[in-house]
Write a protein that binds this ligand. Structure first.
Ligand code: 5AD
Length: 357
């Protein structure tokens, strides 16, 4: 049963180990019943770190003079897609800063080429125009990821300045993407300076309303080259949410309860915050997706949205093979298919049968 606002707030405020364990066990049961034991692996390709936005939390924000900017060539992206195919991954995620230098036609060409390899394509390219979204969907893109970051409008406006002349309503953009036929993914940061538990409750209610196909939830990790990088959040009487792995996992568990059929990744930010247990903790309280990074080592370290994100500069392939082995050990083997969300599949079927989406 979907939890009420009061129940959600109680769970987020209650730190008694037995209650936390009960919440996570319930989320794990719902995950198993609704989406099964398999983990879907998505190969992440960070194709450009150029960005025109000035998000207060993000290390690749416009105007950060301390990073070297890059944009991968089509051949480099296709080499990553080939690697994804060889490793048995079903999806490639093309992610970048909000980069108008990524030409819409060139992106459409990449999408068509990757789809021709029988891989699903997810896009995570920021707030883009309806024409671009339509073009990319027609080229075969399956999914689009755009986190709303926080549902507290005042906090959002503070950390995410508008781009002149553009609407800032990411929820509206997500609804438009759904109408275009994308599987939609969204999510939020946990522990932004100024964020309260009430805000997190609102975020979870928004997830319940929107019912996204994918939900990414990660802790805020301060980056020293950003305005928010200096403010270390801590738990406080004013209700500031701490950016801990514990509360992040509880939010993941609650997301699973309100959106039982969504695909929910165990995020890289959580694995960065808690390198020993982060990844598997989220898998045991609702998550069912991992996004291994396939970006070539020479670019990976430059896509520093938060510090420490860059994984060891080893062969991407070796890391994925080790992960696939580990997943078998913990009884959560990697899936072989595309890993579409069951809710999206049901919506598509009803659409084909003449129903409404
Ligand atoms: N800490 C954690 N997550 C971050 N992101 C961006 N900057 C940070 C940070 N400093 C997340 C945002 C964005 C996603 C791609 O990365 O939620 O949507």
């Amino acid at each position: 049963m979907t939890p009420s606002r009061m129940e959600i707030l109680t769970w987020l405020s209650d730190e008694k180990p037995a209650d936390v364990a009960a919440l996570r066990a319930r989320a794990d049961d719902v995950r198993q019943a609704e989406v099964g034991d398999e983990i879907h692996l998505r190969g992440l390709v960070e194709l450009s770190n150029h960005c025109i936005r000035k998000c207060g939390y993000c290390g690749i924000r416009a105007g950060n003079p301390n990073i070297t900017r890059y944009r991968m060539s089509a051949a480099e992206v296709m080499a990553c897609a080939t690697r994804a195919r060889e490793l048995g991954l079903g999806t490639v995620v093309l992610q970048s800063g909000e980069d108008p230098g990524l030409d819409a036609e060139q992106v459409a060409h990449l999408i068509r080429s990757i789809k021709a390899m029988d891989l699903a394509v997810s896009l995570s390219l920021g707030e883009r125009s309806d024409d671009e979204l339509r073009l990319w969907r027609a080229a075969g893109a399956d999914r689009y990821l755009l986190r709303f970051e926080t549902s507290n409008e005042e906090l959002y406006a503070r950390v995410h300045p508008d781009h002149p002349g553009r609407s800032r309503d990411r929820l509206e953009q997500l609804r438009r993407m759904r109408r275009l036929g994308y599987e939609i993914g969204t999510g939020m940061l946990v522990g932004l300076p100024g964020q309260t538990r009430e805000d997190l409750v609102d975020d979870i209610m928004v997830l319940g309303d929107l019912d996204p196909d994918m939900i990414g939830i990660g802790p805020f990790l301060p980056h020293p080259d950003t305005p928010l990088g200096q403010e270390m959040p801590g738990d406080s009487p004013t209700g500031q949410v701490p950016n801990t792995s514990g509360i992040t996992c509880n939010v993941v568990a609650l997301a699973r309860l309100v959106c039982p059929q969504a695909n929910i990744p165990s995020t890289t930010a959580l694995a960065t915050l808690d390198p020993v247990q982060g990844r598997e903790s989220a898998l045991s309280c609702g998550a069912n997706v991992i996004m291994p990074n396939l970006t070539p080592a020479r670019y990976r370290s430059l896509y520093e949205i938060y510090p420490g994100k860059a994984t060891p500069a080893g062969e991407c392939g070796e890391e994925v093979v080790a992960l696939q082995k580990r997943l078998i050990e913990i009884g959560r083997p990697a899936s072989v298919g595309r890993g579409d969300s069951p809710a999206w599949l049901a919506r598509s079927r009803s659409h084909e049968e003449g129903g409404t989406r």
